[in-house]
Ligand binder design. Structure first.
Ligand SMILES: [Mn+2]
Length: 126
């Protein structure tokens, strides 16, 4: 959500982060490596003018605590198994200007994933 007005650059940040987030979700299935899922999302951002500005892991497991069971990140092998619950939350951050992060929680299925979040994905200005 943007407050007041979203600039052209901020709209573009949102568009790229959303595309990365959808690419990440698309790459998830039982048997996939979280590292590869991270790469699918990161490639979208790194192919854009926001290269290098996605500065954290794509997501992490949710279990008994909110960070549980490993991360989907460039530096970690994480074999995804059916029914694991993870976040998918890429972001872009520009110093002095702000950041965009789009996050869903998902459950890994045999052939893909079930998105557990029902919040709308379109850019909103309030
Ligand atoms: Mn998180």
């Amino acid at each position: 959500m943007f407050f007041g007005k979203a600039s052209k650059k901020q709209r573009r940040m949102y568009e790229v982060v959303l595309e990365a987030q959808l690419a990440g979700i698309e790459a998830i299935h039982a048997g996939a490596n979280g590292k590869g899922v991270d790469a699918a999302a990161r490639e979208v951002i790194d192919a854009s003018e926001f290269k290098g500005l996605f500065i954290h892991s794509l997501g992490h497991g949710i279990g008994l605590s909110v960070h549980d069971g490993g991360r989907m990140a460039p530096d970690m092998d994480l074999m995804l198994k059916e029914n694991m619950v993870l976040t998918v939350e890429p972001g872009v951050y520009i110093r002095g200007e702000g950041g965009v992060r789009i996050e869903d929680d998902i459950r890994v299925t045999r052939k893909g994933c079930e998105v557990l979040t029902s919040a709308p994905k379109q850019l909103m200005v309030v």
